[in-house]
Ligand binder design. Structure first.
Ligand SMILES: [Zn+2]
Ligand SMILES: [Zn+2]
Ligand SMILES: [Zn+2]
Ligand SMILES: [Zn+2]
Length: 260
């Protein structure tokens, strides 16, 4: 592919939110496509109703399927870009003077052909850099989906908890009004009791409210850190092949099976 065609090809497969090649692309009602993570984060942050970031049309659905054709084309575009940039990024094996074109999953290193045939690698699976990077992206995307789902569930519980706090506060206000009304019917002499009664109620209510607010606070923080993790993973996926594989090499936490 000559570089003009490559440019056209790539611009058609560029997400207008992140300006990178599509990652887990979805096509919304108006026909415009975006990376799923970019759209999720963009909608999460906007105060207005969910509309297309390009034409502002409001989609009826929000449960989008991955556009598989676009996803394959985006992978090809990344491959073309990698081939194009290859010379600058390519690493040469000192022993064999050959390009290190294979990625060893087990050792998380790059190898040249002859190196990959050495006995210590006999039991490993080695794949070309681009394929290894795409597989790594695919795994990250899966984890991100789980993470986002957990976050959505967390937001629902958070809303419920916030509602609970609100109804509890309403209930306390009502109880106070009832106590005052009750004491209005009895002799003035007992009004010291009313004060004590109200104070006891207030004290108890304060403790419960603090507990409720504490749990709302913790959940808000958790939802927040889940979103940050999601953003980090999105950025990681958008990195060039070599960098993505190197990130995995340097960051052992990315190998953990858990989502955070
Ligand atoms: Zn994007
Ligand atoms: Zn649109
Ligand atoms: Zn070698
Ligand atoms: Zn190996």
């Amino acid at each position: 592919m000559d570089s003009d065609t490559l440019q056209v090809f790539q611009s058609e497969l560029t997400c207008s939110i992140c300006m990178n090649c599509f990652l887990d692309p979805v096509t919304i009602d108006c026909g415009h496509s975006f990376c799923r993570p970019c759209l999720s984060l963009c909608w999460e942050e906007s105060q207005t109703p969910r509309s297309c970031p390009e034409c502002r049309e409001i989609p009826e659905w929000s449960d989008f399927k991955t556009n598989i054709a676009l996803k394959r084309l985006a992978s090809l575009a990344r491959q073309a870009r990698a081939d194009h940039d290859h010379s600058s990024e390519e690493q040469i094996c000192v022993t064999h003077q050959e390009a290190k074109g294979l990625f060893c999953e087990a050792d998380q290193t790059l190898l040249c052909g002859p190196c990959s045939e050495r006995p210590e690698h006999a039991a490993h699976s080695h794949s070309p850099i681009h394929r290894a990077a795409e597989e790594s992206r695919e795994k990250l995307v899966k984890r991100m989906r789980t993470l986002w789902k957990l976050r959505e569930e967390m937001k629902i519980s958070l809303n419920q908890e916030a509602n609970k706090t609100q109804s509890f506060e309403n209930y306390v206000a009502l109880r106070k009004a009832m106590i005052t009304v009750q004491y209005q019917r009895i002799p003035l002499l007992l009004h010291e009791d009313e004060k004590m009664h109200l104070e006891a109620l207030e004290q108890e209510a304060k403790e419960i409210c603090q507990q409720l607010k504490g749990s709302v606070f913790t959940m808000t923080e958790q939802a927040e850190s889940m979103r940050e993790r999601y953003r980090e993973l999105t950025e990681m996926c958008h990195k060039p092949d070599m960098e993505l594989l190197q990130v995995r090499k340097e960051d052992p936490s990315s190998e953990r099976e858990t989502v955070f």
